[in-house]
Design a protein around this ligand. Structure first.
Ligand code: TRP
Length: 332
């Protein structure tokens, strides 16, 4: 009898443990109720901050509201490479469903951290030359997204229209910034068609911006600034130097005109973010990056800064002001 009870107890214990193990096993692969999106922003500057805002709005447009049916893990790497690496790895560890890289170095850090999790690019100038995708039309791997390639021809045409007598165009860019270098080369190739000679100037960080800008301002008639992450965060430093020599600065984006540029036909940074957010939503719903082409915006908005024009003694034709008022923005 004792033996029988012992056998029954052992049997019950066995069944009990078996039950416990099996229910625990069922819990593990269960799908998370709310998906997580990891957003890695390279650093703070007004353009990237606008893109971040736009991503959240684009997600909402597509049915994903933060705090309701999507969780955002937002990380700002403060322009530090080792931050970008650890933050990317953290997204992978926490099993983020989709990750987003804002600016090229952030996207490259994500690409190094995962070949599986879908990565959406937030305004990367040329994903192919940054080695993020095999082709911009058919990415092939786990990466797709939005390009912020500026309409360079329209911009050069505008500079020629506002500066009919200018001959030398200074182009300033950070040596390590792939995005800025790609555009600087494009400007160098195209400027001749608009009657400009290009002089290139390089900086390694904000530390030498003041000095290089000083040398540049005494050798050129106008300045072109590409989508350069370092300069986008230091427009005040550049403009203080160029204003003193009455040299206008033509940046590539809206936010940099607001920060002291004279004019541009530029991509609206917030809208780039909205487009990115919509692609994140599509990826959350299972759309494959491999076969989703990179999205390129085709036209920019005309933005003129009349405060800057007045400071520099440059007259902007009324037709340009009217056009900006109608289709873009006039800063007064
Ligand atoms: N295109 C930049 C990159 O790939 C990022 C960027 C987006 C940017 N918008 C900008 C940089 C505006 C400077 C200004 O790194």
């Amino acid at each position: 009898m004792k033996r029988m009870i012992a056998v029954i107890v052992a049997l019950l214990a066995f069944i009990g443990i078996g039950y416990f193990v099996s229910t625990n096993n069922q819990k593990a692969p269960a799908k998370k109720a709310v998906p997580t999106v990891g957003i890695l922003q390279m650093m703070s500057h007004p353009a990237l901050d606008q893109i971040h805002k736009g991503i959240i709005a684009g997600l909402k447009d597509a049915g994903y509201t933060v705090g309701k049916n999507v969780k955002i893990d937002f990380q700002n790497a403060e322009n530090d490479q080792s931050n970008m690496k650890t933050m990317s790895e953290r997204f992978v560890d926490e099993n983020a469903d989709v990750v987003v890289g804002i600016a090229t170095p952030a996207a490259q850090a994500l690409a190094n951290a995962t070949k599986k999790t879908p990565i959406i690019l937030g305004a990367i100038t040329d994903p192919k030359s940054a080695k993020l995708v095999k082709s911009n039309t058919r990415p092939g791997g786990n990466i797709t997204g939005v390009s912020d390639q500026a309409p360079i021809d329209a911009q050069l045409k505008l500079i020629r229209q506002l500066m009919p007598d200018a001959k030398v165009l200074g182009v300033i860019a950070t040596s390590s910034d792939d995005s800025a270098q790609t555009q600087a080369k494009m400007v160098e190739q195209k400027a001749g068609q608009y009657g400009f000679t290009v002089k290139r100037f390089g900086i390694s960080s904000t530390n030498d911006l003041n000095q290089v800008a000083g040398q540049m301002a005494s050798q050129v008639d106008a300045v072109f600034v590409p989508t350069d992450n370092t300069i986008a965060g230091a427009m005040q430093t550049l403009v203080a130097v160029t204003d003193a020599k009455k040299i206008p600065v033509f940046p590539t984006v809206d936010t940099m005109v607001k920060d002291g540029g004279l004019a541009t036909i530029g991509l609206n940074q917030y809208h780039l973010g909205v487009s990115t957010g919509k692609m994140v939503a599509a990826a959350l719903k299972g759309k494959k990056p491999a076969t989703t082409p990179i999205h390129f915006e085709t036209s920019g908005d005309l933005i003129v800064n009349l405060k800057q024009a007045k400071k520099l003694g440059i007259t902007i034709p009324q037709s340009v002001i009217d056009e900006a008022q109608k289709t873009g923005e006039v800063i007064k």
